[in-house]
Design a binder for this molecule. Sequence first.
Ligand code: ADP
Ligand code: MG
Length: 728
Amino acid sequence: MSRQRFDAISESQKRKPIHIDEKGRRSELFATNVFNEERRLQYLTKDALESVQNAIFSGSKINRKIADQVAEAMKAWAISMGATHYTHWFQPLTGTTAEKHDAFFDLLPDGRALEKFGGGQLVQQEPDASSFPSGGIRNTFEARGYTAWDPTSPAFVYGTTLCIPTIFVSYTGEALDNKTPLLRALSAMDEAATAVAKYFDKNVVKVNATLGWEQEFFLLDKSLAQSRIDISLTGRTLIGRPAAKGQQLGDHYFGVIPSRALRFMKDLEQECLKLGIPVKTRHNEVAPNQFELAPVFEEANLSVDHNQLLMDVMNKMADKHNFKVLFHEKPFAGINGSGKHNNWSLVTDTGVNLLSPGSTPMKNLQFLTFFINTIKAADTYEELLGASIASASNDHRLGENEAPPTIFSIFIGSQLGHVLDELEGVSKGKLSPEEKTELKLNVVGKIPEILLDNTDRNRTSPFAFTGNKFEMRGVGTQTNCAKPMTVLNTIVAKQLRDFKKEVDTLIDKKNLKKDEAVFNVLREYIKTSKRIRFDGDGYGDEWQKEAKRRKLSNNKNTPSALQIMTSTESLALFKDMAVLSEAEVKARQEIEFEAYVRHLQIEGRVFDELVYSQVIPAAIQYQNKLIKNVLGLKDIYGVAHKNLSDGQSGIIEQIAEHIVSLKKSTDAMTDARRKANKINDTQKKAFAYCDNVKPFFEDIRKHCDTLEQLIDDRLWPLTKYRELLFIK
Ligand code: ADP
Ligand code: MG
């Protein structure tokens, strides 16, 4: 009998919610560990303060003398907060965060010790970068990579370390991380959106993209999670029979949060607040043991950093509370997986949400401009948006009738759809005074009222307009939001830039008034971007067919989805918008293919181990018990035993059949892996894993899960779903 499962169960049953110190009011706790504006005011000289504020607002450079002052101030503050070390905190293309800690410590020539941290250390570091993925950008003789301070995301003290958010670039300046292209995309967006916003308000100087993510996750007891190698090594259960009771009763969703989980959440929220992560809502999700945490939205770069930091804090906090957090998109078969909706909008420095209708017709025309340009951008680059969220683990979730399909479409609701239909009828060229009045009063002017009761939110749409923002719903739980945010902001920026050119041409060449020109261009966009709009059931088969007719892409796996990254159009887009060079895009694609292969390779190996060291031995053990029983019956009853041992014999045979099939599939899978591993071209290798290795997983699982049902519970070595999924 396998002890591990039963030891883990008894361990988990002894757990009690652990004590936490409840620390004062949330507003008092907020950002106490962040070197934010309040601290800067307190610690920086006037020159330094101004220089940092300018860098944040307009991206201007900070000179070395000022950097020294900032470093000195940060150090003084951090030490007062109990920090002993500092680190450049960055987001390499592994998808997670990285840090290398150095002590605030140096020796003077005379042997005296002092705490040192200068502008040099603040601004730039040279971590040993050779083990981070570069997609071939870094030659080994130039293995150096640099991290460079990002002043737009404030430094913070985490534990006893001052963390300085940084970008990570190669010696030759290419981006090696997720932050660099995001910052470039946000800067392109600022430029393009500000130019367009000026049509409506001359005072706008800057436009920021905003992001509010909704982080879903599963919480498992630590011992139970550790008792299974598949959860430990792949973050999901590769095999396992769904529990008799799953989510069908719907009693977990928005139900009372179990006490151990609640204690964890409270502790987590306090830590998040101190770090300046503005967490706001928490609730149970659909599946048992599934939860969601969402913050107040923030400027996109900061929000991305906060999401990455959150996942890290969650892992550490879970450990403290004897939990393991699963960020995998599909940890369990038969119940919902997890996602991370990305809510996105644009806001001006004057505080106006550009995707929110306003109180005047002009404000509403501004809204329509940004709204329709977003639709148009999504229509042109739908496939690229799909690529930005593709990953081996997210493949399990997309299109599984619990998450949006792999087809990218936009939901805007029938009322706004009706507005666009009306605008499609706007006259070409100059508009008559009557038409203008009609538009003002009965179309554009009606939008705010319409949106007030626009409650029909379609949960099956991958990109839904939800009143004052768009919500990207296919993003994976573990995905760094920088990836979809880079693409979304790049394509909308490009679209807005094109829009501005077209409107200006109509004003200059055709002598149209500004609003006439805007209406004329929008009318054409509405006509040419219709195929991306879909308000129906995104989960249905009918949509699959309809989408095909509309020639929308529908890439059902990651290797196929990634192809578009290096198309002529994509390369031109990233280059034109100065977001990624051709070499950078190719490197990124290569890294994605590599990650896909590695992911499936590990799963394949874990399958080998599960099947040969756990499932088959358990099956044989039980089979032997049955055989002994049948032989015993034969001893006692002679020929008459047949009637008595029919049931047992049947199970013996069933077990034998499953073992044969299981062995066959597992060996064939291993063989397919061996063949795939010989392929040098990473892209071809990814397809080989996808087409030749992965299909065996399902068959292997099927046999394992049937054996789980057949075999004596006490002999089954793997912690079962019902044990994993119902914490108190
Ligand atoms: P749900 O999608 O669950 O119905 P809400 O519509 O209330 O929830 O919003 C969810 C998320 O949307 C939150 O994380 C919030 O921060 C974010 N959000 C709200 N307004 C904006 C905005 N203007 N820009 C970006 N995110 C936003
Ligand atoms: Mg949502």
